[in-house]
Design a protein around this ligand. Structure first.
Ligand code: ZN
Ligand code: ZN
Length: 134
C-alpha cells in the first residue's frame, strides 16, 4: 500500500499548490502541507513538486530567487519583484508566433519560451520613493 500513501501525499501537495495564487516557493508549500500532516517531510514535498511539474499538473516558474510553483498550466509570462521577490502573472498574452518564428529561423523544435519581467512591484516602488523623501 506504499503507492497509495504516496499518491495521498501527492494529492495533499497538489491541493496546497491549488489553494494559493501567489506563486509559492517549495518551502511555503511545505509549511502548508506540514500544517495538515506533520509526518510529511521536506524531501517528500520537493520530490512530489518535481513529479507534479513533470506531469504538467502544475507549472514550475524559474525566477532569480527560489523556484515557484503555479497552479496555472497555461503558458503565461511573469513579473518578478527584485526587492520583495514576489512573483505575479504578467498581463500579456503568450506570443506563440515567437515559437513559430524561432523554429523557422533555427530549425529548433520549440516547445515554449519563458519571459520574466524584473523590477520593483508597486508596493516596493512606492516604499523606495518614500525613503528617498525622508
Ligand atoms: Zn516588491
Ligand atoms: Zn503564473
Amino acid at each position: 500500500m506504499k503507492r497509495q500513501r504516496n499518491s495521498r501525499q501527492r494529492q495533499m501537495i497538489l491541493d496546497a499548490v491549488m489553494s494559493r495564487s501567489d506563486h509559492p516557493t517549495a518551502d511555503q508549500i511545505y509549511m502548508d502541507v506540514r500544517a495538515r500532516d506533520e509526518k510529511v517531510s521536506r524531501g517528500t514535498v520537493y520530490r512530489n513538486l518535481g513529479i507534479l511539474s513533470e506531469d504538467g499538473e502544475i507549472t514550475e516558474v524559474k525566477v532569480p530567487a527560489a523556484n515557484r510553483y503555479d497552479f496555472r498550466q497555461s503558458l503565461h509570462y511573469h513579473l518578478f519583484c527584485t526587492s520583495c521577490e514576489k512573483v505575479f502573472d504578467a498581463p500579456l498574452d503568450y506570443e506563440s508566433k515567437y515559437d513559430a518564428e524561432m523554429e523557422q529561423k533555427t530549425g529548433f523544435k520549440i516547445s515554449r519560451h519563458r519571459m520574466i519581467f524584473e523590477g520593483l512591484c508597486p508596493e516596493c516602488g512606492s516604499k523606495d520613493k518614500n525613503e528617498k523623501k525622508v
